[in-house]
Ligand binder design. Structure first.
Ligand SMILES: NC(=O)C1=CN([C@@H]2O[C@H](COP(=O)(O)OP(=O)(O)OC[C@H]3O[C@@H](n4cnc5c(N)ncnc54)[C@H](O)[C@@H]3O)[C@@H](O)[C@H]2O)[C@@H](O)CC1
Ligand SMILES: Nc1ncnc2c1ncn2[C@@H]1O[C@H](COP(=O)(O)OP(=O)(O)O)[C@@H](O)[C@H]1O
Ligand SMILES: [K+]
Length: 528
């Protein structure tokens, strides 16, 4: 796990460290500038080998201040550097102003206006590096006056000016992206093309939420984090649940004890749909078994018993034709987890099964059709309890929480914009259980506010997961981990992490059936 910070949290940490007298704001800015230059040279060693030409675009706050440091450091290395500033130098905050003045001893500063890039790109085809230091974590509203600068910078990078393609590095976050939500703060109806699209983004101390949510990763392309010496920070003023965690492969707690037996790892019951709709439940069941549940049973309607029997071996099969049969099955106290939804159906029988399952109070994963049933019946929704996990994709989320989804979809006029983390937290609070909101930026939240993200982004980009049945397997992974004793939130975020790892391990050509069977290799790489 690593932390993802909001702008306010980052500011609070910075201010606490400055107030402690350990370091000054000016020193932090200097380290930030060094961090960016170091990251650029590491990314493009040819730029480190000899001096080149750079243009640095500075904004009116401390992000611009970082830009002046970068300009100075490059100049000291023999680079030819041009600097533009958006705004009035007299209004720069103190540290940025100091670095502006330091730069002024080395070179001039021109005004950054809408049309600068056109003429600059025409006249300076040898430019190797463009530094976007216009706005960072302080962006609070859409900026219209520079919209053309951003889109022109993107065209330049794409080779529209005589084929010259400077590398674009964004300082902290691409200008235009809200650091708390990843939402592009643009004019209503404007496209993401107008946010700066960097080749490399260099953030400081920790990634911000905006680097992994919404459009943030599209603008950032690749994000690295520069250490600016805040490592031993303490933040007693930030409640732990307020800090969003990014799931990583460390300490997943997946090892099994040598002295355990199959029932030490739980018994999961996955309910199947009727004949002709049974594959999804089997995918979930296989996921649950592979991830380590001791016993997995598919509960099948009478009509589908033969169909299921023909395709199940290690997974057991029991007839669960309706609510009465489910009540009977649940007399077996060893069944510690239920999974309902994958192709369950939307009829009265399915609705009754969901109701009975929730009434049992056991750990329960609700996916697919079960989510649609919950959205149709407030009475069933009210039966959700803290041992449940809901796993909606965006369409299911809209059906379940239409007002929250509308708030998330509304064009953002001010920052910090309402984020997918805010939306998932609100949904979890309303449902009274853990919610896993799917996507490349999968957010997991629980009613008390705890939130984590599994990012299938950057080097973990896994677009082959967008395949039918992948969600059923994820539901099975969560089910299996809960059978093993993982608490709902831990099961959901660990499952989401492993789901992406399986997709990455298998690679292109992935279909849902491949996901459970990729687990052994993933476990091996995790040292199990
Ligand atoms: N917090 C930290 O620990 C550190 C921050 N540093 C840098 O400081 C940055 C944050 O600095 P600031 O808080 O000054 O914020 P920014 O530099 O991101 O921008 C804030 C300025 O832009 C103005 N502004 C915001 N939206 C605007 C709009 N739509 N149109 C016109 N003006 C707009 C604000 O009024 C303010 O003057 C970080 O992104 C990072 O680059 C670094 O120097 C290192 C340490
Ligand atoms: N572009 C993408 N990159 C990474 N993961 C994705 C992408 N698209 C979908 N996924 C993941 O794939 C799974 C698809 O689930 P879902 O939409 O429920 O599919 P199904 O219902 O067909 O099983 C989810 O875990 C989701 O987060
Ligand atoms: K920036």
């Amino acid at each position: 796990m690593t932390e993802l910070l909001t702008s306010a949290q980052m500011r609070a940490i910075e201010q606490a460290v400055i107030a402690s007298g350990t370091v000054t704001g000016l020193e932090l800015m200097e380290r930030a500038g060094h961090g960016v230059v170091g990251a650029v040279f590491q990314e493009w060693p040819t730029l480190a080998a000899t001096s080149h030409k750079a243009v640095v675009l500075c904004g009116p706050g401390n992000n611009g201040g970082d830009g002046f440091v970068i300009a100075r450091l490059l100049k000291h290395q023999g680079w030819d550097v041009d600097v533009f500033l958006y705004g009035d130098p007299d209004k720069l905050p103190p540290d940025a102003r100091t670095n502006y003045e330091r730069w002024c001893e080395l070179g001039k500063v021109e005004a950054l206006t809408e049309d600068v890039i056109d003429s600059y790109a025409e006249n300076n085809p040898e430019t190797a590096l463009a530094v976007d230091a216009i706005f960072g974590t302080g962006l609070t509203r859409p900026f219209f006056s520079l919209a053309r600068v951003q889109s022109k910078l993107n065209s330049w990078q794409a080779g529209s000016f005589h084929g010259n393609r400077p590398k674009v590095v964004s300082v902290d976050i691409p200008s235009g992206i809200c650091a708390d939500s990843g939402v592009y703060l643009g004019r209503t109806g404007t496209s993401l093309d107008q946010c700066v699209r960097a080749n490399l983004t260099v953030s400081f101390h920790r990634m911000k939420l905006g680097h992994v949510l919404a459009q943030g990763p599209i603008g950032a392309q690749k994000t690295v984090v520069a250490d600016i010496g805040l490592e031993n920070w303490s933040h007693p003023h930030i409640p732990p649940n307020d800090v969003v965690k990014l799931k990583t492969g460390h300490h997943l707690g997946l090892a099994k004890r040598a002295d355990s037996h199959k029932f030490s790892h739980g018994h999961a019951l996955v309910l199947s749909g009727p004949a002709g709709q049974t594959g999804a439940a089997r995918l979930a069941a296989r996921g649950a078994l592979r991830i380590g549940a001791g016993v997995v049973t598919v509960g099948s309607p009478k009509s589908a018993m033969l169909e299921n029997a023909m395709q199940l071996t290690a997974i057991m099969l029991a007839e669960v034709d309706g609510p009465q049969a489910l009540r009977r099955a649940l007399r077996d106290a060893r069944i510690n987890v239920l999974c309902l939804g994958p192709a369950l159906g939307l009829d009265a029988r399915a609705a009754k099964l969901v109701e009975v399952a929730l009434g049992a109070g056991r750990r329960t994963v609700l996916d697919a059709d079960a989510l649609t049933l919950l959205s149709r019946d407030a009475g069933i929704f009210a039966k959700l309890h803290a041992n449940c996990v809901l796993t909606p994709h965006v369409g299911e989320f809209k059906r379940l929480f239409p007002d929250i989804a509308a708030k998330l979809d509304a064009p953002a006029a001010t920052g910090p914009a309402y984020s997918k983390v805010d939306a998932t937290r609100d949904a979890a609070k309303r449902a009274g259980c853990t919610v896993l909101f799917k996507g490349p930026d999968t957010v997991i939240a629980s009613p008390e506010g705890r939130a984590s993200i599994n990012a299938s982004l950057y080097v973990r980009s896994a677009p082959w997961l967008a395949t039918a049945g992948a969600g059923d397997v994820l539901a099975g992974f969560i089910t299996g981990l809960m059978a093993r004793g993982f608490a709902p939130h831990d099961a959901a975020d660990t499952a989401a992490y492993l789901h992406t790892e399986c997709a990455l391990s298998f690679g292109a050509g992935l279909i849902a059936e491949d996901l459970p069977d990729a687990l052994p290799k993933v476990f091996k790489t995790l040292g199990l």
